[in-house]
Design a binder for this molecule. Structure first.
Ligand code: LLP
Length: 422
């Protein structure tokens, strides 16, 4: 449970709005986000930043809903993007806000296409985090053709173990990300020889859902040493991009708070006087969102008891993909016993589950359940597999409710949906 979530009587609510009312109005499965929770998390990152030396670039991949991007933009954030699509969404969010602030946008990702690089340069990207020497050459070529200078850094692979799930660790030597620690100086030298490139920083990202600050500080120490070396050989750097990766509480974890995390990074980089860019995704939105689902059926075979709900791995794939734990709460408390169940969806895969072997209050057909901590990598990883329609999304803000994405319609499954205007 997060501070903005509470039972009023027997009914679970978010920012004072009853979840059962939202289910009745918008149907299920439904993603519900708390605006106040996102605000609190963003402000917590900025709390220790009295010198304004930290720019929080929300990692769009965690949740690309335009209303969520807009929320962070309005609070002062920039964006971390990894594709033309995310760059487009970030730009739109800033435009929709209608103020003149240009957000800081950093572009990280192995395998940027030429079209994406061109779009980023035309959009006035803050920094392209380069992944290889070949990518550097390509960026220089495109910048020359466009007649611009490309602001770049290299994403350094610091070979630090983030101690997280192997699928979401990225900063070890064996991973595809970043350039090897030892090759960095030579690559920076090569970049300096290209007038189309402006070397503006150093960057890294070592993994996600980290529950200790230590791996990040180890990585940052390493890239600070690189920054020192670069400065000594005459580079003028502006940014140190520390990536994302701060974990959240899904079950019994005790991750550092965003204040602690930011304070530590600011302290560590103070002497360098570099401007710090952080790319948090999950830690800003993960606990701000929940997935509301309704029980469709119950079933018992000799070995197991199943609660079949209308949300599936197509709505929230994290349990299936990573064995991730998401807390599940009844939306209405009832005086019934508890039971051990698998909470499963309607998709034709045995791996389609939201919880396995979980002790829950008995849930009957028609009851609503809330799957917590689903704000990050939830809707973002949803799919149409099994002909399923992706759910609607709503944002709750101090009692106000806004539909921020309608539920998909059957026509959306067609490759060429009929044009409603015709
Ligand atoms: N920056 C870069 C370069 C990244 O690759 C990522 C995430 C982030 C920032 C944001 O990381 P965060 O602060 O959210 O940990 N689907 C997985 C997570 C994959 C993360 C990929 N990269 C999951 O559901 O756990």
């Amino acid at each position: 449970m997060t501070p903005h979530m509470a039972y009023a009587g027997n009914d679970l609510g978010l920012e004072g709005v009853r979840l059962s009312d939202l289910a009745a109005r918008y149907g299920t499965p439904l993603y519900v986000y708390s605006h106040s929770e996102m605000e609190d998390r963003y402000r917590a990152f900025k709390l220790p930043d009295r010198e304004n030396r930290l720019t929080v670039c929300f990692s769009v991949k965690a949740n690309p809903n335009p209303a969520i991007l807009r929320t962070f933009f309005d609070l002062g954030a920039g964006f971390d993007v990894t594709s033309a699509g995310e760059l487009f969404l970030a730009g739109r969010a800033a435009q929709a806000a209608g103020n003149s602030r240009t957000p800081a946008i950093v572009f990280s990702g192995a395998g940027k296409s030429s079209a994406e690089i061109e779009m980023a340069l035309k959009d006035g990207i803050t920094m392209l985090n380069l992944e290889s020497g070949a990518e550097m050459e390509r960026v220089a070529g495109i910048a020359a053709r466009l007649g611009v200078r490309a602001p770049v850094s290299f994403r350094v692979n610091p070979d630090v173990d983030p101690k997280t799930h192997p699928y979401i660790a990225t900063g070890l030597r064996k991973h595809k990300f970043g350039v090897p620690w030892k090759e960095c100086l030579a690559l920076y030298e090569a970049a300096r020889q290209r007038p189309e490139l402006e070397v503006v920083g150093v960057s890294c990202h070592i993994g996600s859902q980290m529950l200790s600050i230590r791996p990040v500080t180890d990585a940052v120490r390493r890239i600070l040493r690189l920054a020192d070396d670069l400065r000594r050989s005459g580079f003028t750097l502006r940014y140190i991009d520390v990536g994302g990766g701060l974990g959240i509480r899904y079950h019994r974890e005790h991750p550092p708070s965003p204040e602690q995390y930011a304070a530590r990074l600011l302290g560590l980089t103070r002497r360098s006087s570099l401007h710090v860019i952080a790319e948090p995704g999950r830690s800003l939105v993960g606990n701000a969102g929940l997935l509301l689902t309704r029980v469709l059926d119950r079933k018992t075979n000799r070995a197991r008891r199943f609660v079949i709900v209308d949300a599936a791995m197509t709505d929230l794939i994290r349990p299936t993909l990573y064995g991730a734990y998401h807390e599940i709460l009844p939306v209405r408390l009832a005086a019934r016993g508890r039971e051990r169940v698998d909470v499963v969806g309607p998709v034709c895969e045995s791996g389609d589950y939201l919880a396995l072997n979980r002790q829950l209050p008995r849930a009957n057909e028609g009851d609503l359940l809330a799957v917590l901590s689903s704000g990050a990598y939830g809707y973002a990883m949803a799919s149409n597999y099994n002909g399923r329609l992706r759910p609607a999304e709503v944002m709750v803000n101090r009692g106000e409710v806004e539909l921020i994405r309608p539920r998909e319609r059957l026509e959306d499954l067609l490759p060429f949906p009929p044009d409603p205007a015709r």
